[in-house]
Design a protein around this ligand. Structure first.
Ligand code: MSP
Length: 511
C-alpha cells in the first residue's frame, strides 16, 4: 500500500503583498512534498490564504475596498507567488470559501456540543497585528509609555462579550502529548518554549469577537464572529474535506507536518491540538517551525523599505537558484540574513562551479571522446568504489535530514559527494587517458555519470527545473527519475544529447 503524506504551509494573511518570508515557508513545505513524492508517497500538499479578522478588515478599509474584494485581490497575489515559486500544492484554500465556513461552523458545533465552549466577557489586551490576546505580564512598555506585545506589536484594551474555549482543561492532555510524542514540536528549542508556556498554566481562550464583523458568524449567535485563529487553523481540516469524513482526501488526516514560522508556533502546538482533542479529532503528527529572514542584518519592514519581493529575486537570479539559496543558506529553525552577495556566492561557487562545471566537464568528454555514447560500467577500482559508495548512501542520508527538516544538511550531504567527485575527476584526469588507456577513460566517465545522476535525482525537490535538465543531459528516461529508480543502472550505449551548461555563473551587470 502506498504511504500517504499530508503537509501544509501556514495560510497567509491577505493584509499585504507576499514577501520572501512567506515564499520561504512555502518553498520548504514544497521541498518536503516533492521529496516524499520522489520516495513514492501519495502526497497532499495544502497552502492558501487567511482572509478573515480585524487585521484584514482594517487593511481593506485603508485600501478603500470591501473586505471580500480586497481579499480576492491579495489572495490572487499569493496564489501567483506560489505558482512563481514552483509550489506544487494540491489545493489552494481560502478561508472565505463556503466550504471552509461550513467546515468551521461544524467544528464550532462539535466543540460546543462537547461542552468546551461557554459565553462570558473578555477584558484584556489584544494585538491586531498578531491577532493575539496577551496577558499583562507578557507586555513591555516603550519609552513613550505605550504598551507592546512581546512581538513588538501595538496592543489595545478590549472589553466585549465573548465565547470562551476551555483551554485550561487541556493543560494536562497537552503536556502528555508533548511527553509521549517528543517529535511533535521541532526544533527542540521551540518545544521547550511551548512546554514551559503550557506548564505555566493556561487560561481559557476567547474565541469570538463582537466589535467587528469580518469573520465566520458563531452558530446561533450571529452578533459574534469566530476568533480568526480558530477559523484559520481549521483550514487544515477543511483542506482534506472535513466535515465529510468519507471524502477520500480525509484519509490524509491527521496531517503529517505543519510547517510554520517561529512566531506562530503557540497557535499550532497549543491551541490547535487542544481544539482537536476537544472535538474528538486526531491531532497532527508534527509541527516544525522555521526561523526568520532578515535583510542585510535588518528586520524586513515596510517602513525601512527593505521588503524583498520574491518575484524580484526570481527575476534577478532564477527560480532554482533562489530556492537553493533559501534552503542552503541557514539551518531551517534558525534566523538568517539574506543579501545579493550571499546569493551570488552560492550560485557561483556551489551551483556553477562545483556542480555545473563537474557535469559540463564530464559530459563534454563523453561528447568528444566517446562519440556522445554513454559508456558501460566497468569493474570498479578502489577510488571508483569509494565515490560510488558515497553516492549510494546519499538518498538515505538526505531522507533522514529532510525528515528532521534539516534542509541545509541534506544539501550539504549532496555537496560532499559533489566535492568528492571533483577531487576524483581531477585525480583520475580522464582527458589524459584518451590516448594511454581509453577503456579506463570510459570507466571513469561512467562513474561520473552515475554519481551525477544520483545527485540530480535527489536535487529535483530543491531545483525541479535545473535538476530535470541535468537528468535530460545524463540520458535518464522521464519514468526513471524517482528515488527507487536509482537501483537500476542506466543502460549503456545510448546517445546522450549535446551537453549544455545548466548552472550559469552570475555575472553582475556593469553599473
Ligand atoms: N495567517 C497566519 C497563519 C495562519 S496558519 C493557520 C499568519 N500569516 S502571515 O502571513 O503573517 O505569516 C505567514 C508565515 O510567514 C508565518 O509562518 C511567518 O513566520 C512567515 N514569515 C513572515 N515573515 C517572515 C520572515 N521575515 N522570515 C521567515 N518567515 C516569515 O501568521
Amino acid at each position: 500500500m502506498t504511504q500517504r503524506f499530508y503537509v501544509t504551509t501556514p495560510i497567509y494573511y491577505v493584509n499585504g503583498a507576499p514577501h520572501i518570508g512567506h515564499a520561504y515557508t512555502s518553498v520548504a513545505a514544497d521541498v518536503l512534498a516533492r521529496f516524499k513524492r520522489l520516495d513514492g508517497y501519495e502526497v497532499f500538499f495544502l497552502t492558501g490564504t487567511d482572509e478573515h479578522g480585524q487585521k484584514v478588515e482594517k487593511a481593506a478599509a485603508a485600501a478603500g475596498l470591501a473586505p471580500q474584494d480586497f481579499a480576492d485581490r491579495v489572495a490572487a497575489d499569493f496564489r501567483a507567488m506560489a505558482d512563481r515559486m514552483g509550489i506544487s500544492y494540491d489545493r489552494f484554500i481560502r478561508t472565505t470559501e463556503p466550504a471552509h465556513k461550513h467546515s468551521t461552523t461544524v467544528l464550532w458545533e462539535k466543540l460546543a456540543a462537547a461542552g468546551h465552549i461557554y459565553l462570558g466577557h473578555y477584558e484584556g489586551w489584544y494585538a491586531v497585528r498578531d491577532e493575539a490576546f496577551y496577558d499583562e505580564e507578557e507586555l513591555a512598555t516603550k519609552p513613550d509609555g505605550t504598551r507592546v506585545a512581546p512581538t513588538g506589536a501595538p496592543v489595545e484594551w478590549v472589553r466585549e462579550p465573548s465565547y470562551f474555549f476551555r483551554l485550561s482543561a487541556f493543560q494536562e492532555p497537552l503536556l502528555k502529548l508533548y511527553e509521549t510524542h517528543p517529535d511533535f514540536i521541532a526544533p527542540s528549542s521551540r518545544r521547550n518554549e511551548v512546554i514551559s508556556f503550557v506548564r505555566g498554566g493556561l487560561h481559557d481562550l476567547s474565541v469570538s469577537r463582537t466589535s467587528f464583523r469580518w469573520g465566520i458568524p458563531v452558530p446561533g449567535d450571529p452578533a459574534h464572529v469566530m476568533y480568526v485563529w480558530l477559523d484559520a487553523l481549521n483550514n487544515y481540516l477543511t483542506g482534506v474535506g472535513f466535515p465529510d469524513t468519507s471524502d477520500p482526501r480525509f484519509a490524509f488526516w491527521p496531517a503529517d507536518l505543519h510547517v510554520v514560522g517561529k512566531d506562530i508556533i503557540r497557535f499550532h502546538a497549543v491551541y490547535w491540538p487542544a481544539f482537536l482533542m476537544a472535538a474528538g479529532i486526531a491531532v497532527p503528527k508534527r509541527v516544525t517551525s522555521n526561523g526568520w529572514w532578515v535583510v542585510e542584518g535588518e528586520k524586513m519592514s515596510k517602513s525601512l523599505g527593505n521588503v524583498i519581493e520574491p518575484g524580484a529575486l526570481v527575476d534577478a537570479f532564477g527560480l532554482d537558484a533562489v530556492r537553493y539559496f533559501l534552503m542552503r543558506e541557514k539551518p531551517f529553525g534558525a534566523d538568517g540574513s539574506i543579501s545579493h552577495a550571499a546569493i551570488i556566492s552560492r550560485i557561483n561557487v556551489e551551483l556553477a562551479n562545483d556542480l555545473g562545471n563537474l557535469a559540463q566537464r564530464s559530459l563534454s568528454l563523453i561528447a568528444r571522446n566517446c562519440a556522445g555514447i554513454l559508456p558501460d560500467r566497468a569493474a570498479p577500482t578502489e577510488a571508483d568504489r569509494a565515490l560510488l559508495d558515497a553516492a549510494a548512501g546519499l538518498a538515505e542520508e538526505m531522507r533522514a535530514a529532510i525528515d528532521r527538516q534539516s534542509f541545509h544538511d541534506a544539501l550539504e550531504a549532496v555537496w560532499r559527494v559533489i566535492r568528492a567527485a571533483n577531487a576524483y575527476i581531477d585525480h583520475q584526469a580522464p582527458w589524459a587517458l584518451k590516448r594511454t588507456d581509453p577503456a579506463r577513460m570510459a570507466a571513469v566517465l561512467r562513474v561520473l555519470v552515475d554519481v551525477l545522476r544520483v545527485a540530480a535525482t535527489l536535487l529535483q525537490p530543491f531545483m525541479p527545473d535545473s535538476a530535470g535538465r541535468m537528468l535530460d543531459q545524463l540520458g535518464v528516461p522521464a519514468g526513471a527519475r524517482d528515488s527507487a529508480a536509482l537501483a537500476t543502472p542506466l543502460a549503456a550505449g545510448i546517445a546522450l544529447p549535446a551537453p549544455q551548461g545548466v548552472f550559469p555563473r552570475y555575472v553582475e551587470a556593469e553599473a
